[in-house]
Design a protein around this ligand. Structure first.
Ligand code: ATR
Length: 260
């Protein structure tokens, strides 16, 4: 996806895949700098642990404690999270809903939900609802989000509060499945189907078709997987690195033909 964008804009850059274990992160970052990489993405499990090695970090990434894009500017390492933007664009493309017009429910309160919900609060979402098995983690995320905007409207629920959640689901514009449940085909369905109403828009951040998505689609919901988010987080990373508008359709084509 990134290579096709570089080629399309005649930028002589190389996007490499470099495995780095958690133990090697500090020396790995030093090596990337020594090799004069202009920027890079990091993914799980480095999105939080890379932060101490950065010189600057944008607000939403700082609050959520999650970075996926680094650019080197005059020798300084600057960190961003483009995951929230990726989700924003995916929702806009598929459901034609703008963040500042919507109420969003995040099922899960881990790193993925934190990065995206921080961007959503920063962009003026009307309401954010956090649902998490470990309620303390959702409360902690709520507090962090409230640091971005003290006036933000944020509610916390636990997955077993089914009757309350069935009511909540009726007023949200988009529900976002952000837990890791569903990554394996044998996983149970994370969100109980009985609380999903047919008018709901549902995103599963997982890139492939999950059992949840299949069942929800059959029940008439509008559903999308995480591929649109993957595309648009990459688009934003490209624009941060190059300062140029990304060739979105070319990147989409590359992503699709890659079988992701
Ligand atoms: P990521 O960066 O992918 O978000 P993470 O930070 O480890 O990964 O967060 C994983 C999320 O999936 C959390 O919301 C986690 O819930 P807890 O905070 O209660 O652990 C959720 N999750 C993982 N396995 C789960 C399961 N079996 N049932 C319910 N939630 C689960």
């Amino acid at each position: 996806m990134q290579m096709s964008a570089f080629r399309a804009l005649h930028i002589g850059a190389q996007y490499d895949l470099i495995p780095i274990t958690p133990d090697e992160l500090k020396s790995g970052v030093a090596q990337l700098v020594a090799k004069r990489y202009s920027g890079w993405n990091v993914t799980v499990p480095h999105k939080a642990s890379i932060i101490p090695f950065l010189d600057e970090i944008e607000t939403a990434a700082k609050v959520s404690g999650s970075v996926n894009t680094i650019v080197v500017r005059e020798g300084r390492l600057c960190g961003y999270s483009t995951d929230g933007y990726g989700l924003q664009m995916s929702i806009k493309e598929s459901f034609n809903i703008d963040i500042n017009e919507g109420r969003f429910l995040f099922w899960g309160s881990g790193g993925a939900a934190a990065a995206a919900s921080a961007h959503f609060v920063n962009s003026g979402a009307k309401e954010i609802i956090l649902v998490n098995r470990t309620v303390e983690k959702a409360q902690e995320l709520k507090q962090k989000l409230q640091e971005i905007s003290a006036n933000a409207n944020i509610a916390v629920y636990q997955p077993h509060q089914l009757s309350e959640l069935a009511v909540v689901m009726k007023k949200v514009d988009v529900a976002i499945q952000s837990t890791s449940v569903g990554l394996n085909s044998a996983d149970p369905i994370s969100i109980p189907l009985e609380i999903l109403c047919p008018s709901l828009n549902l995103v599963d951040m997982i890139y492939s078709e999950t059992t949840l998505l299949g069942r929800a689609r059959k029940s008439g919901l509008n559903v999308i997987d995480g591929k649109g988010m993957l595309l648009h987080q990459g688009v934003k990373s490209f624009e941060i690195w190059t300062g140029k508008k990304a060739p979105v359709e070319m990147m989409r084509e590359a992503l699709t033909s890659n079988g992701r």
